[in-house]
Write a protein that binds this ligand. Structure first.
Ligand SMILES: Cc1cc2nc3c(=O)[nH]c(=O)nc-3n(C[C@H](O)[C@H](O)[C@H](O)COP(=O)(O)OP(=O)(O)OC[C@H]3O[C@@H](n4cnc5c(N)ncnc54)[C@H](O)[C@@H]3O)c2cc1C
Length: 437
């Protein structure tokens, strides 16, 4: 059987190589470390966690907890090594960073189907390949991918937080677009006092540390909301929070608002909204605390926090199928953060999917549709089918999954029901489709 090339031995590449090997396929796994490193990678091990050692929630009422459980059902190498190297972290799964990477490295190195080659790949090879080189992909390989796609890889250095619609206090939020151009936006009106309290909290909030390589890029083209607020107390009121064109909008004192925060729909289902103009570098708990001062957002669920770092990703809805294969080159697959999934476990999830699907393709089997009932399938469908405005990276969340026909109103019960259905669906796929046959 033809050997398959996997480029990049991070979360996605290691999971993909393991899924291919599990199907009896020989894999050449290229990793440029230790000869060359991105500015964020420090260790010589495979599957390095470049920042936090938390893989986030481990509970089934949380979509990333569900994603983990689905990966476990599929025999994920990443989950097996994470569970074995877990450290106490409440309801989250955090790992001993070095122990985790060392265990993945050992498992990959001892797999008779996988050959690790410590070389930088500088062009997209012909033949079956999975490109899993991460958000910091650069140099010759990046140039070749761009030439192949006729597209510049989106260079993204700031994102505003995304909240779920159902977590908003709609008694304080108005639906309207400025100047009576429909009612597409959600508007959170503020009194004068609420505005100045918010601005004070924003300028005093703690920001996340920026990596050296990010500093020059970050502040050229986009300005974090906290930086804007530091320019003057009224900067936001004349900028993204200007209260104009919203005549029906009333603040909590019943008067015309002093300032307005707008939320824009972020997915076609209308379950997720981003905070317009609020790209930020605040630490995640600070985002929850400070943005929680916005009327209507007191108990908001942050599906994705605002982040600022370099993040190159494909315009996947244009280029990828839900198998993570290129529509224009069926043997060329992508996996990991470069496809527009966001996060460690999401990257492993796309690596698992790409590994299974490419393995089936070279073995002559039909692809599998993981469906939007599973978290793994919902991510794959999201990145390949998103049809909203600008495509931005996405964490696992219940908002992108197929909704339940008679969903319980209570959020905990609804999320648990979505998880139960997902695990039943995954079990069906594994048995009915004879996944590993
Ligand atoms: C600064 C920063 C902080 C982050 N913090 C977090 C966080 O706290 N939590 C979180 O969930 N996510 C975080 N992320 C996102 C994180 O990058 C992903 O979640 C995850 O690491 C992506 O996995 P991946 O396999 O796609 O890429 P990576 O883990 O980056 O792996 C890519 C691998 O490919 C190798 N490679 C690259 N180019 C080549 C080449 N040409 N030839 C051969 N090998 C190559 C690299 O050396 C690397 O080992 C952060 C990202 C950045 C940049």
């Amino acid at each position: 059987m033809t050997a398959v090339t996997v480029i990049g031995a991070g979360l996605a590449g290691c999971e993909a190589a393991h899924a291919l090997a599990k199907q009896g396929i020989d894999v050449k796994l290229f990793e440029m470390k230790p000869k060359r490193r991105s500015p964020a990678h420090k260790s010589d091990s495979l599957c390095e966690l470049v920042c936090s050692n938390s893989l986030r929630s481990n509970k089934l009422d949380n979509a990333v907890g569900l994603l983990k459980e689905e990966l476990r059902m599929l025999g994920s190498l990443i989950m097996e090594c994470a569970d074995q190297t877990a450290v106490p972290a409440g309801g989250a799964l955090a790992v001993d960073r070095q122990g985790f990477s060392a265990l993945v490295t050992e498992r990959i190195a001892n797999d008779p189907h996988i050959e690790i080659i410590h070389e930088e790949v500088t062009s997209v090879p012909n033949g079956p390949v999975i490109i899993a080189t991460g958000p910091l992909t650069d140099g010759a390989l990046m140039a070749d991918i761009e030439a192949m796609l006729g597209d510049s890889l989106h260079f993204f250095d700031a994102a505003a937080p995304i909240v779920s619609l159902e977590s908003l206090d709609m008694s304080k939020v108005f639906r309207a677009s400025r100047y009576e151009r429909g009612n597409d936006y959600l508007n959170c009106p503020m009194t004068r006092l609420e505005y100045f309290t918010f601005v004070r909290a924003l300028v005093e909030a703690e920001t996340a540390e920026l990596h050296e390589f990010e500093k020059t890029k970050v502040f050229e083209g986009c300005m974090p909301v906290e930086t804007m607020a530091k320019r003057g107390d009224m900067t936001l009121a004349y900028g993204p929070m200007k209260p104009v064109g919203l005549d029906d909008c009333k603040a909590s004192n019943g008067k015309k608002p002093f300032a307005v925060v707008q939320l824009r729909q972020d997915n076609s289902e209308g379950t997720l909204f981003n905070i317009v103009g609020f790209q930020t570098n605040l630490k995640f708990p600070e985002q929850k605390r400070v943005f929680g001062l916005i009327p209507g957002l007191e108990n908001a669920d942050f599906i994705r926090y605002g982040v600022m770092h370099r993040n190159s990703f494909l315009q996947s809805p244009k280029h990828l199928a839900a198998t993570y294969a290129l529509k224009s080159r069926p043997l060329t697959f992508f996996a990991g953060q470069i496809t527009g999934v966001e996060g460690y476990i999401e990257s492993a999830s796309s690596g698992m999917t790409a590994g299974i699907e490419l393995g089936r393709l070279v073995r002559g089997f039909e692809p599998i549709d993981f469906t939007r009932k599973t978290a793994i399938g919902a991510l794959a469908h999201y990145v390949s089918e998103y049809n909203g405005g600008s495509f931005q990276p996405m964490n696992a969340n219940f908002g992108i999954m197929e909704q339940l026909p008679d969903a319980p109103r209570d959020k905990f019960r609804r999320y648990t029901a979505l998880s139960e259905r997902a695990l039943t669906e995954m079990k069906r796929i594994i048995t009915e489709e004879e996944l590993w046959k």
